[in-house]
Design a protein around this ligand. Structure first.
Ligand code: RNT
Ligand code: ZN
Length: 422
């Protein structure tokens, strides 16, 4: 980077401005560089996977839109993600789902998948300096069509899904061992009912038993960490979801697992930023599914919203960077998917930068003195500080284009690669 470019000059001015408030911008960027974001593979292909299953989607989740260029194969997905990755500052992780197994055209049932079907992903991850996370897929499958999987009243169906859960944890451990960083294997099931059930209790008791079987095998936490994800409702599970927040919070505390907090899985005015300091009083670690619900759990691309900033603030203020695994969960098929990855991930990184640049000791001092007017005044003052100059410098430092230049690269990629897919 040209040392005396305007980017450098703006950065120096910003550095001084922040220093007046007791904030060291160099230190903030040093920290920022070390925060990995787990980027979801499923934004690249609208959560379809490579199974060519008889039953697509389902489970109450659905990508909407038909923007051309969806990745149809593992090679296309990898190529598209490499493009996105080249436009995102920092070193990150990639989160796979079981439906992204590469079986060479062979039909392999979900309860029979193993590390052998994820070998290509691991060699690619090594070459790309990426770590991997994993998710069993309990949807888009004929055995999930009833709306129940691990909480199914039919034991044979339940057992099929239990075997899938066990197999998935072993794949997670394979990733962790091969790449030298524990994979977070996140379990989410769609189980629930459209209309008011007569029995809310039995499915929850069954789910607990199924989970006990899945998590019975001890796996080295240096290779795999287990997370469980709750939900309030989904399409076709509006009245009842077996794996509710209270259910998994209890289960995670009792079994020392990670709890997954998805930003779209609560009542519309309920926010996960406020939950972090509560659940981390009792849990060692959590996984976040940073998402953006618009009126419902719509999984819009993450932007620098008030709630995203609040999430990042809580992570930084609470010194939770090692205890909070930041994962993304959005899937939008109405725009260029490489663009979606870049915008969503950059937004998360920007929110973290804003949080790292917060004059938190000053804010706390005012709060402790009972000076609430001063606290509010400073909170508003912060909003016009030159964060953009620090962000530009961060990009330039990593040889990334400053400003909208990255879009030119995405557009070229669309012209040369994506538009040629039918
Ligand atoms: C669904 C959950 C779940 C999925 C992904 C694809 O509501 O949020 O995390 O979005 O596993
Ligand atoms: Zn999620």
């Amino acid at each position: 980077m040209a040392r005396n470019s305007s980017v450098m000059k703006s950065y120096q001015l910003a550095h001084e401005r922040y220093a007046e408030l007791g904030v060291d911008t160099d230190k903030a960027l040093e920290l920022l560089k070390q925060i990995p974001i787990s980027i979801q593979c499923w934004q690249g292909d609208d959560v379809v996977g490579f199974e060519k299953a008889d039953s697509q989607f389902g489970g109450g989740i659905q990508a909407t839109g038909n923007y051309p260029g969806r990745a149809r194969t593992a090679d296309e997905l990898r190529q598209d993600f490499e493009m996105a990755k080249s436009l995102i500052p920092g070193n990150h992780r990639f989160s796979l789902h079981a439906i992204y197994a590469e079986t060479d055209g062979k039909r392999v049932e979900r309860d029979e998948i193993g590390p052998e079907y994820f070998k290509n992903w691991v060699s690619w991850a090594k070459a790309q300096n990426l770590k991997l996370d994993f998710n069993p897929t309990f949807f888009a499958h004929p055995k999930a069509d009833s709306g129940y999987t691990l909480a199914h009243r039919d034991k044979t169906i339940r057992q099929f899904w239990i075997r899938h859960g066990i197999a998935s944890r072993r794949i997670g451990a394979f990733f962790g061992k091969a790449l030298g960083s524990p994979a977070v294997t996140n379990l989410w099931i769609p189980d629930g009912s459209k209309d008011a059930p007569a029995d809310r209790k039995t499915p929850r008791e069954i789910l607990k038993e199924s989970l006990d079987e899945i998590f019975a095998e001890k796996i080295d936490p240096r290779h795999n960490l287990d997370a469980v994800e709750s939900k309030l409702f989904g399409i076709a599970s509006e009245s009842y979801v077996v794996g509710s927040h209270e259910f998994y919070l209890g289960y995670a505390i009792q079994n020392r697992l990670l709890l997954t907090l998805d930003a779209g899985h609560f009542h519309p005015t309920e926010v996960i930023s406020d939950k972090l300091s509560s659940v981390l009083t009792f849990l060692d670690e959590v996984l976040l599914h940073v998402s953006r619900g618009v009126r419902w759990d719509s999984d819009h691309i993450v932007i620098v919203s008030d709630e995203l900033q609040a999430i990042a603030q809580e992570i930084v203020r609470g010194k939770y960077l090692r205890r909070v695994h930041i994962g993304l969960d959005f899937f939008d098929a109405s725009v260029n998917r490489v663009c979606a990855w870049v915008i969503g991930t950059r937004s998360m990184i920007k929110a973290l930068l804003l949080a790292l640049l917060e004059p938190i000791s000053l804010l706390r001092k005012l709060e402790n003195q009972g000076d609430l007017s001063g606290r509010l005044a400073l909170q508003e003052e912060i909003k016009t500080l030159p964060m953009g100059s620090v962000w530009d410098y961060y990009l330039a430092e990593q040889d990334l284009a400053v400003g909208m230049g990255w879009m030119d690269q995405v557009r070229r990629y669309e012209r040369e690669v994506l538009s040629k897919r039918n």
